[in-house]
Design a protein around this ligand. Structure first.
Ligand SMILES: Nc1ncnc2c1ncn2[C@@H]1O[C@H](COP(=O)(O)OP(=O)(O)OP(=O)(O)O)[C@@H](O)[C@H]1O
Ligand SMILES: [Mg+2]
Length: 190
């Protein structure tokens, strides 16, 4: 996985494949620490198993690599990955922190594109994106609302996809979350 967007897609794919009907993603970027929490309403996760790369419900190959790789990506920057089973009935909360100032931090990649791709790939899964601002939860994207106000097919209109994509991207850039983020000092043109 070459960037954080790839990891985010994997987590959301895991939620979708586990049959979650609701997924909430919360993102923040303060003091160059990227924090992301994903809560889903799926059946819940067997915590003891998931960091073991040999545990997978995949039928095509016998190893699941998404979560072990995310753990490594986070820990390589002295960050962390934490997975919690929400209750006996199920539900998963997964959070990770990546120190973007660390030399080994991967670039963000196109996070807005991931939200669009997930919306299109699993339109039945309600996806909410929250970016807190001064401790107020700002809802940037709410696919349930979009489906209520438009119809499900509207998601397949490229005009609407572009609008959603650009809106999410703008909000992320405002928080400094974009691929131009770099820890290296800008080179002077010589
Ligand atoms: N949100 C979730 N709810 C329920 N089970 C989950 C969830 N996320 C992961 N799992 C379980 O953990 C296993 C490991 O996930 P992981 O992403 O590491 O690998 P994978 O999805 O099986 O394969 P890969 O990511 O390499 O395509 C999954 O196969 C699934 O059984
Ligand atoms: Mg996976």
């Amino acid at each position: 996985m070459k960037n954080i967007a790839d990891h985010l897609f994997d987590i959301l794919e895991n939620s979708a494949k586990a049959g979650a009907s609701e997924v909430q993603v919360k993102i923040s970027f303060n003091k160059k620490k990227f924090f992301c929490q994903i809560i889903d309403s799926g059946p819940g996760i067997e915590i003891a198993d998931v960091i073991d790369p040999f545990v997978t419900t995949r039928k095509t190959r016998r190893v699941g690599l998404g979560l072990p790789l995310l753990k490594k990506t986070a820990e390589d920057t002295l960050g962390y990955l934490k997975i919690i089973r929400l209750n006996k009935k199920g539900g998963t909360s997964l959070e990770f922190l990546i120190n973007m100032f660390h030399i080994d931090a991967k670039p963000f990649g196109d996070l807005a594109r991931v939200f669009m791709d997930v919306l299109i790939a699993w339109p039945q899964m309600n996806l909410k994106l929250i970016i807190p601002n001064n401790s107020i939860d700002n809802v940037i994207l709410d696919s349930e609302k979009i489906k209520e106000e438009l119809n499900l097919e509207a998601i397949y209109s490229s005009q609407i996809q572009n609008f959603i994509y650009e809106t999410v991207k703008k909000e992320l850039i405002e928080k400094g979350i974009d691929d131009h983020f770099s820890i290296e000092p800008k080179r002077k043109n010589s």
